[in-house]
Design a protein around this ligand. Structure first.
Ligand SMILES: Cc1cc2nc3c(=O)[nH]c(=O)nc-3n(C[C@H](O)[C@H](O)[C@H](O)COP(=O)(O)OP(=O)(O)OC[C@H]3O[C@@H](n4cnc5c(N)ncnc54)[C@H](O)[C@@H]3O)c2cc1C
Length: 402
């Protein structure tokens, strides 16, 4: 049994935990990050995370400060236009289409899309450059005891760690959140998402498209060409049993069904990866801290994948926590700092969780009248330039972020 002392212990090496390790490590803090599941860093390997992340503008600074952006930029696809489509008529053909062009509010694209397995690969490479950061895959947090001056954590291999700040980045069922006694409110929709990549004959032209019909949105997000063919990541949300049916379809039938669901906007879609299935919930922790402990990312908040908010909210958590740590390094992990963190993040997180919950419920509705109302809402609300600009800024996190 060994003892280890560190400024920061990060429980969880998902994309959020690894990014936090790079961010705090780049700022000069000593960091230990642990995760029982070794990260999968190849697209074709078993267990690879085939989701992609559309990083929105405010996340760029966090990635740059963490020394990550130079590594990620060569693989990122610009997202210039966000297209919202209602296809809630008798057939899945588009009835109403509205475009949000980032040009209307900024010189930059509104976001950049990257595969999650590639993020893990590149963040791990960055961590290897940081002598003050240790990542221990295969080791998890086993027990937590906090005191006024430190968190005392025992890892699954018996190591005892003393940390000024324990960051819980250990996912929606966070063992740390449970250990420190923070409750959470969870909303279940009976919904799941399929995430996979496709190629198609028509170019995407850097347009990200969200198509609403029933069961939840069908979203195509641009990726770099694959073997010379235009390529997109898809997130297809439906009621749980329907997702399981789709996931089990023979490939040719699946290609036909998703092409129909896409309104054939890029021509016939061809599946290029495995289909991965993700349960969809909303969840928010009652508070974002306990003694010597901060909750970030899905340990603190989970939202359905609409408008690319999830990990972007997590990067905002990291940004605020890092700002507070740098402003008063001697205070790192004390009650005053963590209470400030909570006050800067929790209202913003609560507003986004509530907003995305409403969007998801609206997108799930299948009844004729609800579909028609949704189409009218998209046409009317998003058609007004000032409202559209405000919604774009809010969606990108420019106005609302702490
Ligand atoms: C289909 C889909 C599409 C999405 N698209 C987007 C998008 O475009 N943009 C966006 O911003 N967000 C998106 N999201 C959300 C985003 O993917 C998640 O927010 C993010 O992946 C969650 O990361 P995390 O690190 O918080 O959690 P996780 O990835 O769940 O990581 C938690 C880690 O904690 C580890 N852990 C568990 N127990 C322990 C323990 N005892 N000790 C230590 N570690 C432990 C786990 O092994 C795991 O590696 C999407 C989500 C879905 C479902």
């Amino acid at each position: 049994m060994t003892d280890h002392s560190t400024d920061i212990l990060i429980s969880g090496g998902g994309v959020a935990g690894l990014t936090a390790a790079a961010a705090f490590g780049s700022a000069g803090f000593s960091v230990l990050c642990v995760d029982p599941a070794p990260p999968v860093t190849e697209e074709t390997a078993d267990g690879a995370d085939l989701r992609t992340t559309a990083f929105l503008q405010p996340s760029l600074k966090v990635l740059k400060d963490a020394g990550l952006w130079d590594r990620l930029a060569p693989f990122a696809t610009d997202l210039q236009v966000m297209r919202i489509v209602d296809a809630g008529g008798k057939t899945p053909a588009p009835r109403v289409t509205r475009d949000f062009n980032a040009r209307d509010v900024s010189d930059l694209p509104f976001g950049w899309n990257l595969p999650n397995w590639l993020l893990r690969r590149e963040i791990l490479a960055r961590l290897k450059e940081l002598p003050n950061v240790t990542f221990r895959p295969g080791t998890g947090t086993a027990s937590v005891l906090t005191r006024d001056v430190e968190a005392r954590v025992t890892l699954s291999d018996g190591t005892r760690v003393r940390a000024k700040l324990l960051i819980a980045a250990d996912g929606r069922n966070s063992p740390v959140r449970e250990a420190v006694g923070i409750g959470a409110k969870t909303i279940r929709y009976g919904q799941k998402a399929l995430a996979f990549a496709v190629t198609h004959p028509e170019p995407h032209n850097n347009v990200s498209t969200e198509i609403h019909r029933s069961g939840g949105p069908f979203t195509l997000v641009p990726l770099p060409d694959r073997d010379g063919r235009p390529c997109s990541a898809i997130v297809w949300m439906e009621r749980g049993p329907e997702v399981l049916r789709l996931a089990a379809l023979p490939e040719a039938d699946f290609n036909a069904e998703m092409t129909a669901r896409s309104g054939a906007l890029y021509g016939p879609l061809k599946l290029e990866t495995r289909r991965t299935v993700w349960p969809i919930i909303s969840q928010i922790a009652h508070r974002m801290w306990a003694e010597r402990t901060a909750l970030i990312a899905e340990a603190a908040h989970v939202v359905p994948p609409i408008g690319a908010q999830g990990l972007n909210m997590s990067l905002a958590d990291i940004r605020v926590l890092l700002e507070l740590s740098r402003a008063a390094p001697a205070d790192i992990g004390n009650d005053r700092m963590l209470d400030l963190y909570h006050r800067r993040r929790h209202p913003e997180v609560a507003a986004r969780v509530a907003g995305i919950d409403i969007l998801n419920r609206t997108s799930m509705r299948g009844e004729r009248i609800a579909r028609d109302l949704r189409a009218a809402g998209i046409a009317g609300l998003y058609g007004l330039p000032p409202v559209r600009k405000t919604l774009m800024r809010a969606g990108m996190g420019v106005r609302l972020s702490a």
